[in-house]
Structures are given as structure tokens and as C-alpha cells.
Design a protein around this ligand. Structure first.
Ligand code: GDP
Ligand code: IMO
Ligand code: MG
Length: 426
């Protein structure tokens, strides 16, 4: 059976965690393919909430093998803390596998992340300061340390000395900071973290392909989202990996023909954390309403998310570049109390109507949304379990988005709980 991908289609926090958990029910393997603990994926099961950063969202099921793919950057301290948190709450993490090719986040990556942000001043990106950018930069510079290096103290020390030879110059001479002590850092990683991480290191490629060849269900879980993608997002206000569906190939080690179903997760409105262009952003009381009712505050960082109306121009682009087979529309219930809903169907750029995302970012900064208005439904839909039970205006809103975006909306979220969804294909 070919693999399924879950990919964010906006600027993150669309509800990937909830829908990965939902779809994982029918799977055997869930593989995270990129990003690191900049992600915060929330699952609510029987009223209990779990906020995951690194461990794949299928972990709550006993039958799932969670795998951290080669495309992920792993902070072992965070990984171990997350495993401890889950174990203390009765979730079994013993089957967790981490690709030996995944790169390690080191404390100096986090320090550099914060220093770069400070250096950018008002132009800062608003990163999560988790060291993600500097860790991927070291990977590209070919001086990164990998998870497999934890198994060989000699190689680990050699590589650490190479990277610190450069990084300590940057820390001391560019940023006037103290150098990193290689002995102390090696002791922390090799003596404290390695003994607990090593039992989980595995050959992720063989695990994933073994499952595919045996006809098992493999779910590839993306973090972040299409418009935070290093290549396809609103650069430079992006993350440093490839969250798009193509990133699932490189980050999990599968080819495009190994993938069949590609589920794009889209919020029924849009949010963004951190800096960068956002054509449909709302600065009024409707925006405040979406933030308060939708509890739009970062899962891990607690930052207020910027709210806006649904943007079909962006979504059309996301459908194209991820080759989405379907959309999962989340948080439809958050729109319950609104009398009128707006959907951006095109942009006005210098007096011209534009229906596809402009390739030049200056145009995106200038874009004024052209909205179509739809009536709200004025009732609580959080207990609805069947599409036919939705108020007509809610069903019409979904059909309108489907028509505008060019992909079918199959799953619809009506609340944070695992059971609060509708399957329009059932
Ligand atoms: P992710 O990063 O894409 O996994 O999303 P987050 O977990 O950061 O943010 C999504 C938030 O919305 C979480 O608090 C979820 O519990 C919640 N959520 C997901 N789907 C729905 C939904 O359909 N309705 C409501 N009300 N909340 C939802
Ligand atoms: P999930 O998986 C929302 C944003 C940051 C910042 C930019 C770069 O929960 O959807 P980074 O620390 O990655 O270098 O920050 O990306 N960002 C996210 N925004 N959800 C996320 O993850 C994010 N991960 C990173 O706010 O604007
Ligand atoms: Mg999140």
C-alpha cells in the first residue's frame, strides 16, 4: 500500500497533529519527515491534551511504530524529555525509532538562532529560537553532527572539533560571546544523552520500505507548512526545511511513486506566527474573536497567532505544489458565532485582478484581497457527526472553498477532540 502524506497548507498550526492522529488509526507507521521542536502538534484524546514537538503524532496508538525520519533535526534533550512526559502519562515510547541520518541540534545552534534574530533587529523573522535554522545551515555546510555519531565517541569528538573551530570564531569574534567548551559538550551528549538515545536509533529507510513492501499503512507527517517552506514559502519569513509534500520524499527516504494520498490540512480561516506577509490578516474585532474562540496561541511558545480570513489564492497554490489529493478543513466550529464570512478569491495588485500567487514577493506585500462574502450559520456545530447534519450555510461554505481551491474537502474538523470530525467520503 502506498504511503499517505499529511501536509500543512498555510503557515502552520492548521491541526496536523489532530488529523495525523486520526488517519494513523488505519496505519502501522507514522514518520515525521522534517523540522524539529519548532513544531507543536496538539492531540486531544478523551479530554486529555498532548502537545508533541518531535515524536510523531501516531504515538498514542499501541499499534503504531513512530519513526523520526532523516529530514528531522533532533535536540536529544527535548526528545528525551518528550519521551519521559509521554511515558509518565502511560504512553509507550519503546518502539520509537530515530533515523541515524537525522541531524543533531546542539546548544550552540540555539544560541546562534537567538543571536541572528537580535542581529536582524526590526527585520527579525520571529523564529522559535530552537536552533532550527543554524542546525540545517550546518547540515548544508556539511559540518553537522548526526544522530548516528552518538554511537561513536571518536567520530563525535572529531566532528565537534571541526564545527567548533569555526563556530567558536563566530561566537567570540562576531557576537562577542564565550566559546563553547568541546569537552563539556561532548560529555553531555555522549554520557548523558547517548545511552538513552542509542536504543532508539534505527535504519529508518529499511523500516519504512519494509512496511511499504509488506502492504502496511505508512503515514508521513509534516511539520510547519507550505508557506513556511524554504523554497515555496514567503522567504525569508520561512523555516529552514521543506515541509511541502516533496519534502516527505527526501525527509523519509521514499520516492514520489511510493506516495498516493496527500492530505492538505487547512484551517477554515488562517493564522500565522512570527513575521512576514499575510494578505488576509485581520486587525479588527473579528480577528480578536478568531484568536480568542480559536485559542490561537502557540502550543509551545505561547505567542499570539495573527488571524485572517481564508485565502483561496494561497490554497490553490498549495493544491498545486503539494499535488493534494484532498483537503482536511479544520476548526470550522470556530466560525460558528460569525454572522458573515469572507473568503479571499483573488488579489488586487496595482489595479489588476490576480488569481494565482504572484511569484514576486513585492507583489504579495502589495496584494489587497478581493473577498466574496458568505452567510454564517449561527449555531454550534461541535457535536455534529455526519455531513448531512451540518447547517446548510456551513455545508455551502465547505462547497465554496472546495470549488475555489480545486481539491475535494474530505475531512472536516468541528472540535479539538479525536472524535470531532466529519468524513464527507464515508
Ligand atoms: P498543528 O501544529 O498543525 O498540529 O496544530 P496545533 O496543534 O499547533 O494547533 C491546532 C489547534 O487547534 C490545537 O489546539 C488543536 O487541538 C486544535 N484543533 C484541531 N482541529 C480542530 C478543530 O477542528 N476544531 C477546534 N475547535 N480545534 C481544533
Ligand atoms: P507546526 O508544525 C507555526 C514559524 C516561526 C517563524 C518561522 C521560522 O506546529 O505547524 P523557525 O524556528 O522554524 O526557524 O521559525 O516559522 N514556525 C511555525 N509557525 N507553526 C509551526 O509549526 C512553526 N514552526 C516554525 O514562528 O515565523
Ligand atoms: Mg502547531
Amino acid at each position: 500500500m502506498p504511503a499517505t502524506v499529511v501536509v500543512g497548507t498555510q503557515w502552520g498550526d492548521e491541526g496536523k497533529g489532530k488529523f495525523t492522529d486520526l488517519v494513523a488509526k488505519e496505519m502501522e507507521l507514522v514518520v515525521r519527515y522534517q523540522g524539529g521542536h519548532n513544531a507543536g502538534h496538539t492531540l486531544v484524546v478523551d479530554g486529555e491534551s498532548f502537545a508533541l514537538q518531535l515524536i510523531p503524532s501516531g504515538v498514542l496508538y499501541d499499534h503504531i511504530t513512530p519513526v523520526i525520519g532523516n529530514g528531522v533535526v533532533v535536540d536529544p534533550k527535548v526528545l528525551l524529555a518528550e519521551m519521559d512526559m509521554l511515558t509518565s502519562r502511560g504512553v509507550d515510547c519503546t518502539t520509537l525509532k530515530v533515523s541515524g541520518n537525522a541531524h543533531l541540534i546542539m546548544p550552540y545552534h540555539q544560541e546562534l538562532d537567538a543571536l541572528h534574530e537580535r542581529h536582524l533587529g526590526d527585520g527579525k523573522l520571529g523564529t522559535t529560537k530552537r536552533g532550527i535554522g543554524p542546525a540545517y545551515a550546518d547540515k548544508s555546510m556539511r559540518v553537522g553532527l548526526r544522530v548516528q555519531d552518538l554511537t561513536d565517541p571518536k567520530i563525535f569528538r572529531q566532528k565537534l572539533e571541526v564545527v567548533l573551530g569555526y563556530t567558536n570564531q563566530v561566537l567570540t569574534k562576531v557576537f562577542n560571546r564565550l566559546p563553547v567548551d568541546a569537552d563539556e559538550l561532548a560529555a553531555l551528549y555522549l554520557n548523558e544523552y547517548a545511552p538513552r538515545v542509542i536504543p532508539h536509533i534505527g535504519d529508518a529507510i529499511s523500516i519504512v520500505h519494509g512496511a511499504l513492501e509488506a502492504g502496511q499503512g505508512v503515514l508521513l507527517e509534516g511539520a510547519q507548512a507550505t508557506f513556511l517552506d524554504l523554497d515555496h514559502g514567503t522567504y525569508p519569513f520561512v523555516t529552514s526545511s521543506n515541509p511541502v509534500a516533496g519534502g516527505a520524499c527526501t525527509g523519509a527516504g521514499v520516492g514520489p511513486r511510493d506516495i498516493e494520498r496527500i492530505i492538505g490540512i487547512a484551517k477554515a480561516y488562517v493564522t500565522r506566527v512570527g513575521s512576514g506577509p499575510f494578505p488576509t490578516e485581520l486587525f479588527d474585532e473579528v480577528g480578536d474573536h478568531l484568536v480568542e474562540v480559536g485559542r490561537e496561541y502557540g502550543t509551545n511558545t505561547g505567542r499570539r497567532r495573527r488571524p485572517g480570513w481564508f485565502d483561496a489564492v494561497m490554497m490553490r497554490h498549495a493544491v498545486r505544489i503539494n499535488s493534494l489529493s484532498e483537503i482536511a478543513l479544520t476548526k470550522l466550529d470556530i466560525l460558528d458565532g460569525l454572522e458573515t464570512l469572507k473568503v479571499c478569491v483573488a488579489y488586487d495588485i496595482d489595479g489588476k485582478r490576480v488569481e494565482h500567487l504572484p511569484y514576486h514577493q513585492s507583489d504579495l506585500h502589495k496584494a489587497t484581497p478581493i473577498y466574496e462574502e458568505l452567510p454564517g450559520w449561527g449555531t454550534d456545530i461541535s457535536a455534529v457527526t455526519k455531513p448531512a447534519e451540518l447547517p446548510k450555510n456551513a455545508a455551502d461554505y465547505i462547497a465554496f472553498l472546495e470549488d475555489q481551491c480545486g481539491a475535494p474537502v474530505r475531512l472536516v474538523g468541528v472540535g479539538p477532540g479525536r472524535e470531532q470530525f466529519l468524513d464527507r467520503a464515508a
